[in-house]
Design a protein around this ligand. Structure first.
Ligand code: 8YV
Length: 324
């Protein structure tokens, strides 16, 4: 039997690449850089499956190829707001993602960010490495206590719930949830969490707000200047979701004028570019380069999850993680 042809747009963990090469007729993008729209168009004419990542922006201009060969876009990652689902559907392409396998690691990183910004860990490390530390002092780099505080979670899917588990059981935090649909009472009970009916109702109550909703048009600039003003003046915003969920200029302004306590971001609207106003915020802003799922374990599991979806699809079954 002829093996389906598959293009992998970036380099993946070796164990996954080996299994892919065994099961499929695989082409690796050895340059390991994002594909341009014209390279994507050429790929859609040639391969049965394309395996993109968040760095491949697959909009209508890339997807609108007549007589595409590609039947499935099996995304390496849980977020898929970089793929135009409507156009993919119109061209008869299935789209899948990799949920579950990165939830714990992404929640771990959101906890890392929350602790870093509250305890001023980034500032401290920079100071020490720059040779500027002149010894212990009662007033030096005094931060904010995390344990026992109120954590607002925006988007209570798998990652949001892992965040709640860590914050509630490990740090005794009180959990307040905003989610677009009602969360089952037994799920809320697990974390003694309370669901509020609107984001506006959540923000003024929280010492920390962590974003775990999907990206895309519905959540674009969900956190804007009006909503930032609803936050307590010493509250912190954590974003491991998608950069576009936050109005970055508005956030920078809130940080500059200290109308909130601080922010910690793992994702940005125009990655890898950083909004110039955010770059100016040094004291109360922590930034990491999109590391949410960056563990050996998660990245390997994501790869194998893509493989599972490909097998489902080419064996004529419904792919387990089909999103379009
Ligand atoms: C991935 C992510 O590393 O899964 C996601 O949606 O944001 C990251 O964890 C990235 O998307 C790889 O494609």
């Amino acid at each position: 039997m002829v093996k389906p042809s598959v293009l992998v747009t970036r380099r993946w963990p070796a164990a996954v690449e080996q299994k892919l090469a065994h099961d499929f007729d695989v082409e690796l993008n050895r340059s390991d850089r994002p594909l341009t729209p014209s390279e994507l168009r050429a790929a859609f004419l040639k391969y049965d499956a394309v395996l993109p990542t968040v760095t491949d922006r697959i909009g209508a201009e890339a997807l609108d190829v007549p007589k595409a060969q590609t039947k499935i876009l099996a995304n390496y990652g849980v977020g898929y707001s970089h793929i135009d689902l409507d156009t993919a559907r119109r061209h008869g392409m299935a789209v899948t993602n990799t949920p579950d396998v990165l939830s714990e690691c992404t929640a771990d990183l959101a906890m890392t960010l929350m602790l870093m910004v509250a305890r001023r860990a980034g500032e401290g490390e920079r100071e020490l490495r720059d040779g500027l530390w002149d010894g212990w002092c009662p007033t030096h780099l005094v931060g904010t206590k995390v344990s026992g505080k109120v954590l607002g979670i925006v988007g209570f899917g798998r990652i949001g719930q892992e965040m709640a588990r860590r914050a509630h059981s490990g740090f005794g935090m009180k959990i307040v949830v905003f989610n677009r649909s009602p969360v089952a009472p037994e799920v809320l009970e697990r974390f003694e969490a309370v669901q509020v009916e609107s984001l506006d109702a959540l923000l003024p109550q929280c010492d920390f707000v962590s974003l775990h909703c999907p990206g895309g048009p519905e959540t674009r600039k969900l956190i804007n200047s009006r909503r930032l003003d609803l936050m307590k003046e010493d509250a912190f915003l954590i974003n491991t979701a998608r950069g576009e969920v936050v109005d970055e200029a508005a956030l920078a302004q809130s940080l500059m004028f200290e109308t909130i306590g601080g922010a910690a971001l793992d994702v940005f609207e125009r990655e890898p570019a950083i909004h110039p106003m955010l770059e100016q915020c040094t004291r109360n802003l922590v930034m990491l380069p999109h590391l949410g799922s960056a563990t050996r374990e998660a990245r390997q599991a994501m790869g194998f999850r893509v493989l599972d979806n490909l097998h489902d699809f080419f064996e004529g079954k419904q792919p387990r993680d089909r999103v379009a």
